[in-house]
Each structure stands twice: as C-alpha cells, then as structure tokens.
Ligand binder design. Structure first.
Ligand code: NAP
Length: 293
C-alpha cells in the first residue's frame, strides 16, 4: 500500500515542498506520495486524529500550526521542545512524535555554502519569530558565544522574550535583545554572521528593506570584517536585496534555498529512514520557483 506523507498548513498556495519531496520519491522509486493538506484551524484537531488513525506516515507542519500542533502529539523531541515549535511529525506505530528540522537545515546549509563554523562566534539575528527561534537554538547548540536579536521596536518584547527563553537553556552565552534602530550602535567588526529571519525582501512583499541593515551593508567595506557572512532564510527570491548588497560589498552570502532543502531532507529521513538525494530536491525547488514566477 502506498505510504502517505504531506504538508499541513493554511493557506498553502503553491508549496514547493510537494515537488521537492515528490522528486526524491520518484528518484528513489519508493511507494510513497507527498500531498498538500490545506486545513482550516477549526478542522485541525480531527485532521490530525484522522492522520493518526489512517496511518499517515509523516507530515510537515507550516504556518500557522507550528506551535498549536504540539498539543495533539504523543511526544516531542528535545530540540523541538526547546524551540517550542514543530515542523515535522512522524507517525511511529500509532504514536505521533514532533520534531523541528528548520535549525538542522539552517546549520547544514550554512556550513556547506560558506564553510562557517559556529564555535565561539558572534551573531546578529534580525527577527524573533518562528524561523528565528529554530535558527537561534541550532546555532547555540553548535557553540556560538554571543547572540544579538534585533526586532522591530514596536514589538520589542518578542526579541526580549526570545532572549529570556534562550538564557534558560544557555545561561553562559551572551544573549541580548534590542530594537533594529540600535543596529548602528553594535560594534560591527565583532560580528561573524548576520542573519535576516524576517520576511522583508520576500517576493510579492514590495521592495521594503530594514534600513539599518541596508545601511550597514552599504558601508560594510569599512564597518564589517571581510569574512563576515551574510545570511537570509528567505528562499524566494533566491537572491534577496540584502544578499545582493552583501555580494556587491564582497561578503560571503548564504540563502534560504539550501535551508529548505536540508530541513526537508531531515524530515524525509525521520519518516522513512532513507537519506534522500538533496541535489534532486534542490533542482525540483528551483524549477518550481521558476514555474510559479
Ligand atoms: P514569523 O514567525 O511571522 O516572524 C516574522 C519576524 O519578522 C518577526 O520577528 C517580525 O517582527 C519580523 N518582521 C515581519 N515583518 C517585518 C518588517 N516589515 N520589518 C521588520 N521586521 C519584520 O515568521 P517566520 O515563520 O519566522 O518566517 C520568517 C521568514 O522565514 C519567512 O520569509 C519564511 O518564508 C522564512 N522561512 C524560511 C525557511 C527555509 O527553509 N528557508 C524556513 C522557515 C521560514 P515583529 O515582531 O515586529 O512582527
């Protein structure tokens, strides 16, 4: 019988996860299918119960259910528990267990694309939402020494809440929260990695920018060290305005495509026990993004 995998969220639109996972299923020649489940909030509970009963082998979870899904699961892996969000659920003989593979995807792709090694490094992260939480915990587990979280000042408490939450698990790491307006006051030469985890720069969101970040990029030749890595978790477009500016300034860049591919590869491994072909997955994502232009 065909094993079912899928993506649960709302609204889903043209998700690239479907072609990405179907490409590895076809390449591996295994009897699986990956489907898209666009589910309204009021139907979440019975959908998850139905998945469990019908033996759906595993599914990804996306906006807006990464946190609310946790109350329907039988168990949560330690890393996902610390992050407080689940993006992958495995149905292990009738027991649903939640994982978070976003951070693993982030670290694996960052290392592969830029050679960055997190041990002892100092990081500036813009944004304090779901992606930021996963990225931050994975960098901290990988050994960074300092983390500054900058968020829009109106929602300042989000960055502070995240910083306080992190300090519970990493009391020895220097974690600070500040509003984005304070970015120009940070000693830029001490930064090894700058990450955008906000949707600013995404396709269809207009050409807005985080002014403080673009100013920093414009002046990066003098303010930043030339080995500082600039990273953006956005995957559409592949090269965001921030990454374009960083490249022009001669800095190393990291985009969100490989994070997406590696988080998907890790989810696939959890569900099936098989390491999927990441090159095939990456090609499928790039093609899907081209087709959905
Ligand atoms: P989220 O939970 O809604 O958090 C968004 C964050 O961005 C919040 O800190 C928010 O700040 C900030 N923000 C939003 N609009 C802003 C603006 N105009 N100016 C400054 N800050 C702004 O979203 P998320 O789930 O973390 O997703 C964020 C991005 O990550 C999305 O583009 C998503 O596609 C991407 N992502 C990529 C991957 C991947 O695999 N590559 C995985 C997950 C997510 P406030 O507190 O002020 O609202």
């Amino acid at each position: 019988m065909t094993s079912i995998l899928g993506l649960l969220g709302h609204p889903l639109g043209h998700s690239v996860s479907v072609p990405m996972h179907m490409a590895s299923i076809f390449t591996l020649g295994i009897d699986y299918v990956y489907l898209s489940f666009d589910i309204l909030p009021e139907d979440l509970s019975r959908t998850v119960a139905g998945f469990k009963k019908e033996g759906v082998q595993g599914f990804n979870v996306t906006i807006p259910y990464k946190e609310s899904i946790m109350s329907y699961l039988d168990g949560i892996d330690e890393h996902a528990g610390k992050i407080g969000a689940v993006n992958t659920v495995h149905n292990d003989h009738g027991k649903l267990k939640g994982y978070n593979t976003d951070g693993i995807g982030y670290i694996t792709s960052l290392r592969e694309q830029t050679g960055f090694s997190p041990g002892g490094r100092h990081v500036l992260m813009i944004g304090a939402g779901g992606a930021a939480r996963a990225v931050a915990f994975s960098l901290l587990e990988a050994g960074i020494e300092g983390l500054i979280i900058a968020n829009r000042s109106v929602e300042m408490d989000m960055a502070e809440r995240l910083a306080n939450h992190i300090k519970l698990s990493f009391p020895d790491v220097n974690v600070q929260a500040l509003p984005v307006e304070r970015i120009p006051w940070i000693p830029a030469r001490e930064l090894d990695l700058i990450i955008n985890t906000t949707p600013v720069g995404m396709k269809h969101t207009g050409q807005q920018e985080i002014k403080e970040l673009s100013d920093l990029m414009q002046e990066s030749r003098t303010l930043l060290r030339e080995d500082t890595v600039i990273s953006d978790v956005i995957y559409n477009p592949v090269e965001t305005p921030l990454l374009k500016m960083a490249k022009l300034a001669g800095l190393k860049t990291h985009n969100g495509i490989n994070m997406l591919v590696y988080q998907g590869a890790e989810s696939f491994r959890i569900w099936t026990g098989i390491r999927p072909p990441v090159d095939v997955m990456r090609r499928a994502v790039l093609q899907a993004l081209q087709e959905n232009r």
